[in-house]
Design a protein around this ligand. Sequence first.
Ligand SMILES: [Zn+2]
Length: 144
Amino acid sequence: MASAPITAADVRTTSLAARMLARALTLRCPACGGNGTFARWFTLAESCPHCGLRLHHGPHDHFVGTTLVNFLVAEMTWAFGFATYLVLSWPNPAWDALTWVSVVFMAVLPVTMYPFTRITWLAVDLFFRPGGEGERKDTTPIAP
Ligand SMILES: [Zn+2]
């Protein structure tokens, strides 16, 4: 059974998703690419100063998604580093150093990653629910 051919709309959608994620990973607005989405490291601005996208949208479930993504990225990054170190240093890994590095890494990485995962989760949410209730102050379409 053959799958449906890829259409121009599919390519545009994939391109848009990649662009929105790239904007989010550089802490810019996923909708327009403008700067100023964070007032401080942990303080997301109320809305995008360029396009008016409400950055605090949705109820508390948005925060749960952000936290989930944050811990998944931190855990996966740690696991990959741990496994790589074990393979490269076997049969004599420095267990004590590995333990302390792991503790520091697991405490620092989620804090460091917070703004990135917060705005990335917003980009994912915005991609799948572009016209959600109260998402934007205006009806300007997402910049291609
Ligand atoms: Zn914007």
